[in-house]
Design a protein around this ligand. Structure first.
Ligand code: NAP
Length: 363
């Protein structure tokens, strides 16, 4: 099959012919119809994010495609089914704390690297080998829309955070980083899950206006000044009432003061979920006052990615129309133009704008 291969950090992807994956027990091979390109993928492939990724590798996190072959233990999937491939691969030999690799992107620790030896290759290829439990039927879709269904892979990240927060319909949620790629997806997901109001702070005026235009009065945008105290008061004042949930999705470049400004807007007995990259590349750690956490009965937790059952739930949200994938613009590239796709994704920055590679030529 044809694939884009990363041979060294900092080098371009090389398009070449590699052996087809061979399906085994507990596995599925999928013909990749569309693979999303993360805005920061090029940073990872330049080695700047210091992600654990053994080279050479076929990059690409997740895919939309059609089942090509199933292992003998698959009972429901059929060849030709449209499926979503979740890139979060968990080892099967520890139910409580499984090692994890993020296919075609990174791994957590030594165990994650071991898992990468078998499931490391990602979706910038004509075919993808995936554990059976990572393959989720989409139902019938239009082949021309395969790229748009890749939006689910972005939406799943904040969905994992909002599930972790136990968001209830009608509640007020603050998305820290709302003008970013995952943050803007979080705004869409929170509203689809029934949030009564979403507080959306940011500095990017154009994107704040865009959020207001797209989502109307349930969005309360806040222009951040960089002054922690003043920003916290503005965020609180923008909410229609107490803020029940705060979800942080700020990147490594953001200061911890920006995280804390948002986190400490949460109401007494509220929940905060940290999903961003702050501290991942060093810098100050997040200091939160012990008495504030204790006296206010605040629940604070981290969340990396989403549980497996989130996949069919997000598919249902999209299928039911609660989550409208038509709000995503799609730019498709052939596999041969994978390097151009990386550049395009970096410039566009996501935010309802998907860059996808169509290895089957469906672009
Ligand atoms: N936990 C997980 O499972 C998971 C999964 C995927 C990604 N992530 C992480 O999520 C993070 C966000 O990724 P992304 O791709 O959405 O990033 P992004 O598109 O670059 O978004 C950046 C956001 O951060 C804001 N920001 C940046 N610097 C700031 C500052 N100094 N003060 C206040 N706000 C600031 C930006 O606001 P303005 O533009 O308005 O200034 C924007 O809203 C990354 O760290 C990524 O690693 C986590």
């Amino acid at each position: 099959m044809r694939a884009a291969v990363l041979k060294e950090f900092g080098s371009s992807l090389v398009i070449e012919t590699v052996p087809d994956p061979v399906v085994g027990t507990g596995e599925v091979v999928v013909d990749v119809e569309a693979a999303g390109v993360l805005p920061y993928a090029a940073e990872v492939f330049r080695g700047e994010r210091q992600y654990l990724l053994t080279l050479p590798v076929i990059p690409g996190t997740g895919a939309v495609g059609r089942v090509r072959a199933v292992g003998p233990d698959s009972t429901r999937l059929r060849v030709g089914d449209w499926v979503l491939c979740d890139p979060t691969i968990r080892a099967r030999d520890d139910a409580l704390t499984p090692d994890i690799t993020l296919q075609g992107l990174s791994a957590r620790g030594e165990g994650g690297l071991r898992l990468q030896e078998h499931f490391g290759h990602g979706s910038f290829a004509e075919q993808l080998l995936v554990p059976t439990e990572n393959v989720f039927p989409l139902g019938a879709i239009d082949a021309a829309d395969a790229g748009r269904w890749c939006a689910l892979l972005v939406l799943l990240v904040p969905y994992g955070g909002l599930l972790a927060a136990g968001l209830q319909a009608g509640q007020t949620v603050l998305i820290s980083g709302a003008t970013g790629n995952f943050g803007s997806a979080a705004v869409a997901v929170a509203l689809a899950m029934g949030a009564g109001s979403v507080v959306a702070p940011g500095r990017n005026e154009g994107m704040l206006c865009e959020l207001e235009r797209r989502f109307g009065p349930r969005i309360r945008t806040v222009r951040l000044s960089g002054d922690e105290e003043a920003d916290r008061e503005r965020m609180r004042a923008a909410a229609p009432g107490p803020i029940d949930v705060v979800l942080d999705l700020l990147p490594p470049s953001a200061p911890t003061t920006a995280v804390r400004a948002a986190v400490m807007t949460v109401r007494e007995h509220g929940t905060v979920v940290l999903m961003g990259g702050v501290g991942m590349l060093g810098g100050d750690d997040l200091a939160l006052p012990y008495p504030w956490l204790m006296r206010n009965n605040v629940t604070l937790r981290g969340q990396w990615l989403c549980p497996r059952h989130a996949n069919p739930q997000v598919i249902q949200l999209a299928r039911s129309g609660q989550l409208d994938l038509r709000q995503f613009d799609v730019t498709a590239f052939d596999l041969a133009d994978a390097n151009a796709a990386l550049q395009h994704a970096a410039v566009e920055g996501g935010r309802f704008s998907l860059t996808v590679i169509r290895p089957g030529g469906g672009g």
